[in-house]
Design a protein around this ligand. Structure first.
Ligand code: ASP
Length: 425
C-alpha cells in the first residue's frame, strides 16, 4: 500500500483511538492510561521522533559537505546562499503580512471581554538579542555544535569544510568520495525509518488526542480559524504562485510529492525532526540537486517558519484587540520585521513559536501575559503551522534550484521517483 495512505491510516486510527479514550474519561490510574497511553504508545511516539532526530546532525553535516564541495567548485555559492536567504525572508514577510491583514479584517479578539478568558501564568523565557544570534552562528567548537545540535553552527562548519575540500586537489577528491558514500548510506537509513512512520504517527496521534483540551477552543474559535485561514491562504495561494512564476513548475505535482514530510511535520510538530524526511523528499522525489537541497533545507528548518510567523501575526492582533490596545501602522511594520527576524536562530521544535511571540509582543508594547490566552490551543495550531513551515522550505529550495538549473525535471515529473517502496530507494 502507498506510504502516504498508510501514514494517513495511522493518523486517523490514532485520532479515533485517542479521542475515544478521552471521551470515555479513562482515569489516569487506569491500566489503559498507565500501560497503553503513557506506556507503550508514548514510548512508541518518542522512539519515532528520536530516531528521526538522531539522523539530523550526521545527515546535515555529511549532505552539506557534499553540497558545499560541488558548489564551492562552481564558485556560485554566494549567489545560491543569497537567493535562499532572501527568499526565506520574503516568504516569511508575506506570510506575516497575510496574517496581519486577515486578523485585522476578521477581528478575532474584537468585542471579547478579556474577563471571560482566563489568563494562566505565562513566564516568557529571555530571548537572545539579534547581535548575539548573529555571533552565535559561528561555532567555537564544531564538536560541541554537533553535540548540542546547533543547526546554524553545523551549517557554517560544513560549508567551510566542504569549500576547503573542493579546493584541496587529490586529497579533497578522495575524501569527497567517502562523503558521497556516507550520504548514500544515510539516505538509505532515512528510507528505512520513513517506513516506520505510519506506526510512529499512530502512537503520537493517539497520545496527543487523549491529552488535548478541546474545551478551550470554543472560546478561541475566531482566533483559531483566523490562523487556519491564513495558513491555508499562504500554502494554497502564495506557494503555488511562487512555484508557477519563479520556478515554472506545476505546484500540484510539488504538493503531491511533499505529502510525506507534511504529514510527519503535522504529527511531530517539529520541522527539525522532520528535516531528514524533508531533505530526502526534496532531493529524491522533487528532484532538487544535493548542492541546493543540502544547504536550503537545513537552513530553512532553522530560519524559515512561515506558519509560525502567521500564528504570531494573528496572535499579536488578537492580543491587542483583547486588551483594547490600538496598534499603529509603524507597530505593524515592527511586528513584520521582528517576527521575521525572530525566526532566525530559533530551532524547529514544538511550541517554540510561542516563545518567539514574546519577543514580538514586547517590541510593540503588548502584554506578554497575553500569550497565556492562546496557550491552551497552541498544540493543535503547532501541528498545522509546522506542516506549512516544512512546505515553505521545500518551495524555496525548488525555486532556487530551478533558477540555478539544479532542478531535475525528469525526477520532478516522474510520479514514482524516490518513492519509498519496501525499503527500495
Ligand atoms: N513547531 C514549529 C516547528 O518546528 C515551530 C513553532 O511554531 O513552534 O517548525
Amino acid at each position: 500500500m502507498n506510504l502516504t495512505v498508510r501514514i494517513l491510516i495511522g493518523m486517523a486510527a490514532g485520532l479515533v483511538l485517542g479521542t475515544l479514550i478521552k471521551l470515555a474519561g479513562v482515569p489516569a490510574d487506569h491500566f489503559i492510561s498507565v500501560y497503553l497511553v503513557d506506556g507503550v504508545l508514548d514510548a512508541g511516539g518518542d522512539i519515532f521522533i528520536r530516531s528521526l532526530q538522531l539522523m539530523v546532525v550526521p545527515l546535515v553535516f555529511v549532505s552539506l559537505v557534499c553540497g558545499a564541495a560541488s558548489l564551492g567548485g562552481h564558485g556560485n555559492m554566494g549567489r545560491v546562499g543569497g537567493k535562499t536567504v532572501g527568499l526565506y525572508l520574503i516568504t516569511t514577510g508575506i506570510a506575516i503580512s497575510i496574517a496581519l491583514l486577515l486578523a485585522l479584517i476578521i477581528g478575532p479578539g474584537e468585542g471579547a471581554a478579556s474577563a471571560g478568558l482566563v489568563t494562566p501564568d505565562f513566564q516568557p523565557k529571555p530571548t537572545e538579542s539579534i547581535k548575539d544570534t548573529l555571533v552565535n552562528i559561528f561555532p567555537t567548537n564544531p564538536v560541541n555544535a554537533m553535540a548540542e545540535g546547533n543547526m546554524l553552527q553545523i551549517i557554517v562548519f560544513a560549508l567551510l569544510f566542504g569549500v576547503a575540500l573542493s579546493r584541496t586537489g587529490e586529497a579533497g577528491r578522495r575524501v569527497n568520495v567517502v562523503f558521497d558514500d556516507l550520504n548514500e548510506i544515510l539516505m538509505k537509513l532515512i528510507t528505512m525509518l520513513i517506513e516506520l512512520a505510519p506506526y510512529g504517527v499512530f502512537c503520537l496521534m493517539t497520545v496527543l488526542f487523549t491529552r488535548i483540551g478541546w474545551q478551550e477552543i470554543d472560546k478561541l474559535i475566531a482566533y483559531f480559524m483566523t490562523v487556519v485561514l491564513a495558513l491555508i491562504v499562504h500554502a494554497s495561494v502564495v506557494y503555488p504562485s511562487l512555484l508557477t512564476v519563479l520556478a515554472r513548475v506545476n505546484p500540484v505535482t510539488f504538493f503531491n510529492k511533499m505529502r510525506e514530510p507534511m504529514l510527519v511535520a503535522f504529527s511531530t510538530s517539529s520541522s527539525g525532526a522532520t528535516l531528514p524526511v524533508t531533505l530526502r523528499t526534496v532531493e529524491r522525489r522533487v528532484g532538487v540537486k544535493n548542492e541546493v537541497a543540502s544547504f536550503a533545507i537545513p537552513l530553512g528548518a532553522t530560519i524559515n517558519m512561515d506558519g509560525t510567523a502567521i500564528m504570531q501575526g494573528v496572535a499579536t492582533v488578537f492580543i491587542a484587540q483583547i486588551y483594547h490596545i490600538d496598534l499603529t501602522f509603524v507597530d505593524y511594520l515592527m511586528v513584520i520585521l521582528t517576527a521575521t527576524m525572530a525566526s532566525i536562530g530559533t530551532a524547529g521544535v514544538p511550541g517554540v513559536g510561542l516563545i518567539m511571540l514574546a519577543m514580538v509582543l514586547k517590541q510593540v508594547g503588548l502584554p506578554v501575559e497575553g500569550i497565556g490566552l492562546i496557550l491552551g490551543i497552541d498544540r493543535l495550531l503547532d501541528m498545522l503551522r509546522t506542516a506549512v513551515n516544512v512546505v515553505g522550505d521545500g518551495t524555496v529550495a525548488t525555486i532556487v534550484a530551478r533558477t540555478e538549473n539544479d532542478l531535475d525535471l525528469d525526477v520532478f515529473n516522474d510520479p514514482d521517483a524516490g518513492r519509498v517502496i519496501d525499503g527500495a530507494d
